[in-house]
Design a protein around this ligand. Structure first.
Ligand SMILES: [Zn+2]
Length: 344
């Protein structure tokens, strides 16, 4: 699982080793069919992402720390306890350390029970999965149990070179397109996660990559979620950040990518994890809060006029960065060396 601005990773420090409780649970609001509804978010503790065995993604902190052995009964209790804590909601988002549809991570009996429960409670359900677990049979089963489901896919970038050399994502754009096709044939809603500024891209390249990815994903998605990279513990991004080779994106860049989505015709949400802090998307410290508020206001209203543009001296600095920042050479080789070491 990657860092999801809508929620992921917000409260990871609260993670306890009590395997009967979710890693975290909170409420938020989201616009659905023109109405602002109460949303519950559950982060379930699972044994982890299958992609861990390939070194994991460069920005994802969920591969950090010991691998857990989480029995199916614990995952179910986390769901039940978490749901109880959330109170009255209309929409539930469930994230695991990897993929909800990975049967090695979430036992099929457990995912069946979760789907049935949400159906019974009249809850729209969102879960996240890597595209390789999206098969006609698996999606058929999901739909048989619950018809109000949104499937979240972490595409991150619509550029295969970025997927391979900046993120180590372990799949290609074609894999995402194939999964999206299966979901669309069955008229299921897709939410696509798009990353802003994976390592080894300049600020300018990062903006261009996210703008292109949002446009690519808009063709098949009901919603797009823009996720500026935040520096998570134990990741390659953290190593680079510590050696002054990486800076999280500027909030000016976040605004620019969001503005590019006007006219795409799909819902766009963004809530930068760690926004305004040195490990998250940030500006100079003076203008951060007002911009973050405007981004949240936009996410909850879909009103592009709410994307703020306060006057601040740091905008000139950002503009010169966008013009001048040199490309960090040798990115791909560095990344592949890092992941070889991880695997060793
Ligand atoms: Zn500023």
């Amino acid at each position: 699982m990657e860092s999801k601005g809508e929620g992921h990773g917000h409260r990871r420090h609260e993670r306890k080793r009590d395997l009967d409780r979710p890693a975290s649970a909170w409420r938020e609001k989201e616009l659905i069919d023109g109405r602002l509804v109460d949303v519950g978010v559950l982060i379930l503790q699972t044994s982890g992402c299958s992609h861990y065995h390939e070194g994991g993604c460069s920005m994802c902190g969920y591969n950090y720390g010991p691998r857990l052995d989480v029995p199916p009964s614990s995952i179910l209790r986390q769901f039940e306890n978490g749901l109880g804590d959330l109170g009255e909601i209309r929409f539930l988002k469930i994230y695991t350390s990897g993929s909800f549809l990975d049967e090695d991570e979430v036992d099929p009996e457990v995912s069946d029970t979760i789907l049935r429960t949400c159906k019974d409670l009249g809850l729209r359900l969102l879960f996240e999965t890597r595209p390789e677990y999206v098969t006609p049979a698996r999606i058929g089963r999901v739909q048989f149990l619950h018809d109000d489901v949104e499937v979240a896919l972490g595409l991150e970038s619509a550029n295969d070179k970025v997927l391979e050399c900046s993120i180590n994502k372990g799949f290609s754009v074609k894999d995402y397109d194939r999964a999206a096709e299966i979901l669309r044939e069955r008229e299921m809603d897709i939410r696509t996660y798009v990353l802003l500024k994976p390592p080894f891209l300049t600020e300018t390249e990062a903006i261009r990559d996210s703008v292109a990815t949002m446009a690519h994903a808009a063709e098949v998605s009901a919603a797009l979620s823009l996720n500026p990279v935040n520096v998570q513990k134990g990741t390659l991004v953290e190593k680079l950040w510590r050696s002054w080779s990486y800076r999280p994106p500027w909030l000016w860049s976040v605004l620019e990518v969001l503005r590019s989505c006007e006219g795409l015709g799909v819902k766009v949400v963004c809530d930068p994890t760690g926004g305004g802090k040195e490990r998250g998307a940030h500006n100079c410290g003076k203008c951060d809060d007002v911009i973050l508020d405007s981004i949240r206001g936009f996410s909850q209203s879909q009103d592009y006029s709410r994307l703020g543009a306060p006057e601040c001296g740091c905008k000139a600095i950002w503009e010169s960065v966008v013009d001048l920042e040199p490309f960090v050479a040798g990115g791909c080789a560095d990344l592949q060396r890092f992941f070889r070491r991880q695997r060793a």
